[in-house]
Design a protein around this ligand. Structure first.
Ligand SMILES: Cc1ncc(COP(=O)(O)O)c(C=O)c1O
Length: 385
């Protein structure tokens, strides 16, 4: 698929909808417009069947059962729901019990801010420091556990620096201590192989628009067995999604996410290798072309499509006007575009004067080597300007 007007290197922010996904969605805006909750006629049945199929497709990508997937409006909602839905449930069961949650200093803002809001509700929250790659240290985690720790929430793949957290080890510790484990897998979903059942993950957030599906649709995986995880709804109403998330289902978007998940599943291995090689090629070329360039995050334990690089002495704000042909990001680009210093880069110890000299470059399904060669020339030109 040709993405016009330059070279798009911001796939971690969002992705174009795959034409196959778009094609699959189309009938659900038109002839198959029914409401899945309409049980009395075939318009409703068709819509319901479509959402059931999508649920199966999503579940199959992550190694879950279809009934463990609840559709939401995206990962921001899923992250908020996991936290506040659990608080509500635990308080309902035992109003007097003190609650302690553990997360890290380099989470997406939808976890950082939700955890800060949880503190205001009386939950004790520890924001663990991470190592210089952005990973949770297992020993630090073990020491942070308290008798009343009820939830650990850690990002799987960091959205800014691409670093992969040791999710299997974290899940094991959570299980050993009977603590719920939630992961924000928005940047891992469809990119890394995963089996939530085997890993022992209790709650997992994901979103379609990072994997060539539409925006405004995502989901929360809620474990149904060993243990059966119970959380209260965040949104009350007509009782859709077994009463867990009310509101008429966004059928075209759900169909799109299902097909996007299936495409990811079918191409995951191949795309992982292809993008890894391209990304490594890109980094080698950048290193050779731009003296002093620094790679932030882990050199190898990182998403195959992400680079996060600093050019000390060259503020990205000043570089951007010279990078008109490149779609890149100065920060996480998932927020509102505020220019405050990245908490992730500060969290891994990047010097405050180097933080503003940073770009995130993320590749995807339609990135070519030729585009990356041109991108290196453009970046080099902007630095030597
Ligand atoms: C790690 C991570 N979590 C959460 C989100 C929010 O996802 P959404 O845009 O679906 O609300 C994003 C991206 O924006 C992300 O990268």
């Amino acid at each position: 698929m040709h993405i016009d007007k330059g070279i798009y290197l911001d796939y971690n922010a969002t992705t174009p909808v795959d034409p196959v996904v778009f094609h699959a969605m189309e009938p659900y805006f038109k002839e198959h417009f029914g409401n899945p909750a309409s049980a009395a006629h075939h318009w409703g049945w068709i819509a319901e069947n479509a959402t059931n199929k999508a649920r199966t497709q999503v579940a199959s990508l992550i190694g879950a059962k279809p009934n463990e997937i609840t559709f939401t409006a995206g990962a921001t909602e899923s992250n908020n729901w996991a936290i506040f839905g659990l608080i509500s449930k635990l308080r309902e069961e035992n109003p007097q019990e003190p609650l302690h949650f553990i997360t890290s200093t380099v989470e997406h803002s939808s976890i950082m801010k939700a955890m800060a809001a949880a503190e205001k509700l009386g939950v004790e929250v520890d924001f663990l420091p991470v190592n210089s790659y952005g990973q949770v240290e297992i020993e630090t985690l073990k020491k942070a556990i308290k008798p009343h720790t009820k939830l650990m929430s850690f990002i799987w793949v960091n959205n800014e620096i691409g670093t992969i957290n040791p999710i299997a080890e974290i899940a094991k510790i959570a299980k050993e201590n009977q603590i719920y484990f939630h992961t924000d897998a928005t940047q891992a979903f469809g990119k890394l192989p995963m089996n939530v059942t085997d890993l022992g993950i209790d709650l997992m957030s994901f979103s379609a628009h990072k994997v060539y599906g539409p925006k405004g649709i995502g989901g929360l995986y809620i474990r149904s067995k060993d243990p059966k995880v119970l959380i209260n709804p965040l949104i009350y109403g007509g009782g859709q999604e077994k009463g867990l998330r009310s509101g008429t289902l966004n059928v075209p978007a759900i169909v799109g996410m299902g097909v996007a998940a299936e495409l990811c599943k079918n191409t995951l291995e191949h795309e992982y290798e292809r993008q890894l090689q391209l990304r490594n090629f890109f980094w080698e070329k950048l290193k050779a072309a731009i003296p002093g360039i620094i790679l932030n995050g882990h050199p190898t334990e990182r998403a195959p499509n992400n680079l996060n690089v600093s050019f000390p002495g060259h503020k990205s704000e000043q570089l951007l006007p010279r990078l008109q042909k490149l779609g890149v990001s100065t920060g996480s680009a998932c927020g509102t575009g505020s220019m405050s210093l990245s908490h992730v880069l500060l969290g891994i110890g990047v010097a405050p004067d180097v933080v503003p000299c940073t770009l995130r470059l993320s590749i995807g399904r339609w990135t070519t080597q030729e585009e990356l060669e041109r991108a290196v020339e453009i970046l080099k030109g902007s630095i030597s300007h």
